[in-house]
Design a protein around this ligand. Structure first.
Ligand code: FES
Length: 164
């Protein structure tokens, strides 16, 4: 699973993000067809696609901001909002579903007070569901910042998200 940048990571990049983006965009400047690849690299760097980044990409690639925004919203692997310091991903694959995944998802939602695709106001947690993560034997699973926790129960959710 690819590493996911969190709000903590992006905060430290904020002041000089324009230079970082210039370096990322430079090799693709005249390749309009490379927009998705560029946006992926920007997201890898910043953790999400903030509006100023979309504007900078559009200008450098000679596209309108609405074209770039349209691509960023079309593909669900692009994020337009920052990710919390702890990204909680609940597996919605078949094995996890059959072994109580929906109940685990409800527990996480209740504990954090947010729904799927949302981030807590203090940027501590984000919640999303993911396809099978390949650890079906341990179903139901959740992943927190790329670390998998198997055989989840509502009690374990409360322990893991204790301070949430
Ligand atoms: S279905 Fe959840 S790990 Fe495979």
């Amino acid at each position: 699973m690819p590493e996911t940048k969190t709000a903590t990571d992006t905060a430290s990049l904020a002041p000089d993000f324009r230079d970082d983006l210039d370096r990322i965009i430079a090799p693709y400047r005249n390749e309009r067809g490379a927009l998705i690849a560029v946006l992926q690299k920007v997201q890898e760097k910043l953790g999400y696609l903030p509006e100023p980044a979309i504007a900078q990409v559009a200008k450098a690639m000679r596209l309108s901001e609405s074209e770039v925004f349209g691509v960023a919203t079309f593909y669900n692997f692009f994020r337009l909002k920052p990710v919390g310091a702890r990204l909680v991903q609940v597996c919605r694959g078949t094995a996890c579903h059959v072994r109580g995944g929906p109940r685990i998802l409800e527990s996480v939602k209740k504990h954090l007070g947010i729904g799927e695709g949302q981030t807590t106001a203090d940027l501590k947690y984000s919640l999303e569901t993911v396809a099978c993560i390949g650890a079906c034997a341990l179903a139901p699973n959740i992943v927190i910042n790329n670390e998998t926790y198997g055989r989840m129960t509502s009690k374990k959710v409360a322990e893991l998200l204790g301070e949430g």
